[in-house]
Write a protein of this length. Sequence first.
Length: 114
Amino acid sequence: MPHFVVECSRGVLQIHDEDSIITRLHDTANSSGLFEESDIKVRIRPYATYAVGGSREDFIHTFAWIMQGRSIEQRAALSRAIVSELAEMFPTLSRIAANISEFERATYFNRAMM
């Protein structure tokens, strides 16, 4: 935890490859100071078939899931940082977004907790 899942059109990968996107988002999340670097997970899901506003416009949307406990201001700053980093990487791409959701501490469980 945290998990950052980047959904995008395959066309954006012709501008930057998956590894460079993953590295930049990892660095952005790490520089937020909200997480231990070793806990940050970033994945990319490129789509060949999609519609945006009824057409084939390239897009990037980052969905983030983090453990609850950060303020709204911290989560909003993280969303802004992600979008800013991606906008720098893809200056002509108009459809870039991010949102932050929280895991409930009370219901989260992983193998290390066994």
